[in-house]
Ligand binder design. Structure first.
Ligand code: URA
Length: 446
């Protein structure tokens, strides 16, 4: 009997679930067999959900994490972009609220001369997803077949798609399952999910934005540093230059949360404006992309170049080109009213005078999911129009009765709960809170 025939007989999903449940270390074979069987559809969601929960509770060794990343990467094809002369560099975030930097960074880095083959995800837990944001643009296709993805890349230097049946299919299925089974918050699963799809892109280098704070999956800086090191180590093991920036997610990034609203804010940044925190983070991440892509000698030079490309409108024009090439209506760039609009709005008013001391960020993200901006079950569809606009951020003064936020909604039965969560999320104090840094730490590969 051949090895593979005997392997096929010895693998049983139930044994792998029980072993992990009991704290055992899984072999490369067990992990590979589980991922292959799930990708092919020969084991059901309920068994994989149980295994994911066991991983969340029991963790994984470095060896298991590497085996999982490799198995997920091998579930599909690895793009060969060696025919494109420019350096291929991507950026990926571990997930945040109001984080629309990818929409800015892909065209910005592309116009500077880097090729950006970006494979993104949908909303995950309380966090937003780049694919859901892009799909708020009427007609935009995130499911391009590989030849079309390659064509868009060759024409405009950036393309943004989701995991497909060909590229990272294991992550496509696991990601959707983790979203609705409370199994996102594991550094090992996050590492394998992100690194398997990024390594499938055929990139030379990767910039990771590892979030920490109340809106992140890694709430503490220590946990975020652990995840950053795990991912940088994985990237370097696979021969890619990898840098992780640990950044603050203790309040939403920018002022707008919700799919169509976030497209509007990303376009504002591409036009040279936008809120300071969002713009600063985009410039920091873009600077690293340009530096790793060999466009700028130093990170500081990369930042200057990126700021120029935003101010000149060139990055915005590249975004317009990409939207058009991917079937989207570029008219949304000139007239945001052509994006999906919610039918109703309601303000959240301050109950007292003072300074905004905190905006519990996971609650703000959950409020957006409750409005319909994210999924609670796999089969849910996302409402692109709903969301929240913040009128105050941490450190701002607010008077009694003044608006802290506006909620945009379509369903009256959801708005009360969202309003309550937003009110609870907002801490007001008599004195201003101490200022937090947006960029907390860097982990730089060799
Ligand atoms: N982004 C991903 O692609 N996967 C995760 O697990 C978390 C964030």
């Amino acid at each position: 009997m051949s090895d593979s025939a005997s392997s096929a007989q010895t693998f049983r999903a139930i044994d792998v679930i029980r072993k992990k449940r009991d704290g055992g270390e899984l072999s490369r074979f067990e992990i590979g067999a589980l991922i292959a069987a799930y990708t092919q559809g020969s084991i059901p969601d309920y068994q994989v959900s149980a295994w994911l929960m066991a991983v969340v509770l029991r963790g994984m060794t470095r060896g298991e994490t590497a085996a999982l990343t490799d198995a997920m990467l091998r579930s599909g094809e690895v793009l060969d972009l060696s025919g494109i002369a420019a350096k291929k560099v991507d950026k990926h975030s571990t997930g945040g609220v109001g984080d629309k930097t990818s929409l800015v960074l892909a065209p910005l880095a592309a116009v500077a001369g880097v090729t950006v083959p970006m494979i993104s995800g949908r909303g995950l837990g309380h966090t937003g997803g780049t694919l859901d944001k892009l799909e708020a643009i009427p007609g935009f296709h995130v499911n391009l077949p590989v030849p079309e993805f390659r064509r868009v890349l060759e024409v405009c230097g950036c393309a943004m798609i989701g995991q497909t049946a060909e590229i990272a299919p294991a992550d496509r299925k696991l990601y959707a399952l983790r979203d609705v089974t409370g199994t996102v918050e594991s550094p090992y699963l996050i590492c394998a999910s992100i690194m398997s799809k990024k390594m499938a892109e055929g990139i030379d280098a990767l910039v990771l934005d590892v979030k920490t704070g109340s809106g992140a999956f890694m709430k503490s800086e220590k946990d975020a540093a652990f995840l950053a090191e795990l991912m940088v180590e994985t990237g370097e093991r696979m021969g890619k230059r990898t840098v992780a920036l640990i950044t603050d997610m203790d309040q939403p990034l920018g002022n707008m949360i919700g799919n169509a609203l976030e497209v509007v804010e990303a376009v504002d940044v591409l036009r040279g404006g936008g809120p300071q925190d969002l713009r600063d983070l985009c410039l920091e991440l873009a600077a690293w992309m340009l530096h790793l892509g060999g466009i700028s000698k130093t990170v500081a030079e990369g930042k200057q170049e990126s700021a120029k490309l935003l101010a000149s409108g060139k990055a915005l024009e590249r975004f317009r080109e990409m939207v058009e090439l991917q079937g989207g209506d570029p008219g949304v760039i000139d007239d945001p009213k052509t994006l999906p609009q919610a039918r109703h709005s309601q303000q959240v008013l301050s109950a007292k005078d003072g300074y905004i001391a905190s905006l519990q960020c996971e609650q703000v993200g959950t409020a957006c999911v409750i409005l319909g901006g994210g999924r609670e079950r796999k089969e849910d569809s996302v409402d692109p129009a709903v969301g929240i606009v913040l009128h105050r951020k941490v450190g701002d003064r607010v008077g009694v009765g003044e608006p802290i936020a506006t909620i945009y909604y379509n369903s009256g039965s959801r708005v009360e709960r969202a309003q309550q969560l937003l009110e609870e999320s907002c801490g007001i104090s008599d004195s201003p809170p101490s200022e937090k840094r947006l960029l907390i730490h860097r982990v730089i590969g060799n």
